[in-house]
Design a protein around this ligand. Structure first.
Ligand code: GDP
Length: 459
């Protein structure tokens, strides 16, 4: 087996940078790095050592070297971690020495893949490590940490055990029972399968909330130029990310930013002003805005209450009616309450639906922004979670749960139609395989390769 090496910390200057070796030659390579053939470090104990360059004549760093003896390491192989000073040049030198001494650069996710191959973790736990590292919010990190501790696998195990139980009953009926299964046993099998479907569906139902915590809501702000889209964008973000100007049509490209409301990640898109235009560059932006509107989870349609309503406003409001949207009336600080009321009433008359539910704000003073923030997440607020609060957040897991459930449902139907056990069993075996793919027991090589390619090097 190869010994692999990678930088386990990000590239760039930092206090420390950790180089990780995994494989049978790890300790030998570490000995040559510290120029001490007798170096026999006590496992799981940090040793302060001089690190030598390629020639073995120059000390290039003084580092903490930790040896993890197989199988008590992250990967299950012999592992050595060298905590050098975080200098990119130095780390490159140390990596090069490791490569010259016979290690090879690790592929993306290869440390985790080895850990999986050695039975140290299952697939959901490996994926959780990736998700924890990639987490955008504390809620997402918390969910990943739970999955990393094996919570998902633990929830699946009794379901798989029950399914195996049913399969065993049907298999043995196939082997030993001359006639069809007695009705009472069929009903027994059926109620067990119903219970399994119920359990799977319960876990699968947490995906909406889990996915939301992970992927968040994509929100676009649309409206004709100068209604205050960029200002709102900045107010929501609490920074000056977008360029705010008084010249119409400056936000030609779309600006994306991420922030969170009540722990839900929001991906906010400030679109180019929506209006008919002759400016080519601006035209491209406008075209893109229309496409974006079809692509987001929520559109904020913005109108300026301090200006006379234009046909453009009405057109925009009508164009968002079909998709989930919020109508935001901006610049309330510029008008009197009476003027504002008249504006809102007239708008309501002109737009039959939708505009009735509006939120009034001032992107400038911040008035109404808190209500807007609440309104953005309100329709998405997670309400489904199972008793334990664990959420399925990975689309791969969700897909396999649904496929497994569907297989069992069609087996139940076949069972009711008094099909032979053989035919009923096909779906149940498929269902079991799909559940096994979640934890990696029955996952094929190419699927594994695809999953681990989404990891970064050094994980
Ligand atoms: P966009 O073209 O829709 O992105 O509009 P901007 O955000 O660039 O705003 C256009 C102008 O309106 C700027 O001068 C802003 O300062 C101003 N503005 C935006 N929102 C408000 C508001 O709520 N009240 C007031 N008084 N001015 C605003």
């Amino acid at each position: 087996m190869d010994t692999i090496v990678a930088l386990a910390t990000p590239i760039g200057r930092s206090g420390i940078g950790v180089i990780r070796l995994s494989g049978p030659d790890s300790l030998r390579i570490a000995r040559s790095l510290v120029r001490d053939d007798a170096f026999a470090p006590e496992p799981r104990t940090a040793h302060l050592k001089h690190i030598y360059d390629e020639s073995g004549s120059q000390v290039i760093d003084r580092s903490l070297v930790t040896y993890f003896q197989a199988p008590h390491s992250f990967t299950g192989d012999d592992v050595v971690e060298i905590s050098c000073h975080g200098s990119p040049i130095l780390l490159r030198l140390v990596l090069d020495v490791c490569l010259h001494r016979g290690a090879r650069m690790a592929d993306a996710g290869e440390f985790s893949l080895r850990s999986l191959a050695n039975g140290r973790i299952d697939l959901t736990e490996a994926e959780a490590i990736r998700d924890l590292i990639d987490a955008q919010t504390t809620a997402a990190a918390r969910q990943a940490a739970r999955q990393m501790r094996g919570e998902f696998s633990h929830q699946l195990q009794p379901i798989k055990d029950d399914l195996v139980g049913v399969i065993v009953v049907l298999e043995s009926a196939l082997e030993f029972v001359e006639d069809d299964l007695p009705e009472i046993q069929i009903q027994n099998v059926r109620s067990k399968l119903d219970a399994i479907v119920h359990e799977i569906a319960k876990i699968a139902a947490t995906f909406r909330a889990g996915n939301l915590i992970r992927e968040g809501i994509r929100v676009a702000i649309v409206g004709r130029p100068n209604v205050g889209k960029s200002s709102l964008f900045n107010t929501l973000l609490g920074s000056d990310r977008a360029i705010v100007t008084e010249i119409a049509g400056t936000t030609r490209d779309q600006i994306h930013e991420k922030f969170t409301i009540e722990n839900i990640p929001i991906s906010l898109i400030d679109t180019a002003g929506l209006r008919d235009t002759n400016d080519t560059v601006e035209k491209i932006g406008v075209e893109r805005s229309r496409r974006t509107m079809a692509d987001v989870d929520l559109v904020i349609a913005m109108v300026d209450v301090s200006e006379k309503r234009s046909d453009d406003d009405l057109q925009i409001l009508r164009s968002v009616e079909a998709s989930p949207h919020l109508v935001v009336l901006n610049k309330i600080d510029k008008v009197t309450p009476a003027v504002f009321r008249r504006f809102a009433d007239e708008l309501r008359d002109e737009i039959s639906s939708g505009a009735a539910a509006h939120i009034s704000v001032s992107a400038k003073t911040g008035a109404g922004i808190e209500s807007l923030r609440k309104a953005i997440v309100e329709p998405f607020s997670p309400n489904e979670s199972n008793e334990s609060g664990f959420l399925v957040s990975d689309a791969r897991h969700y897909d396999l749960l649904v496929r497994s459930r569907d297989e069992i449902l069609s087996s139940i139907e076949l069972l009711q139609e008094k099909s032979s056990e053989e035919i009923v069993l096909v779906g149940l075996h498929n269902a079991l395989r799909f559940l096994g793919e979640i934890t990696g027991e029955t996952t094929t090589e190419d699927v594994l390769a695809r999953i681990f390619s989404t990891f970064c090097i050094g994980k």
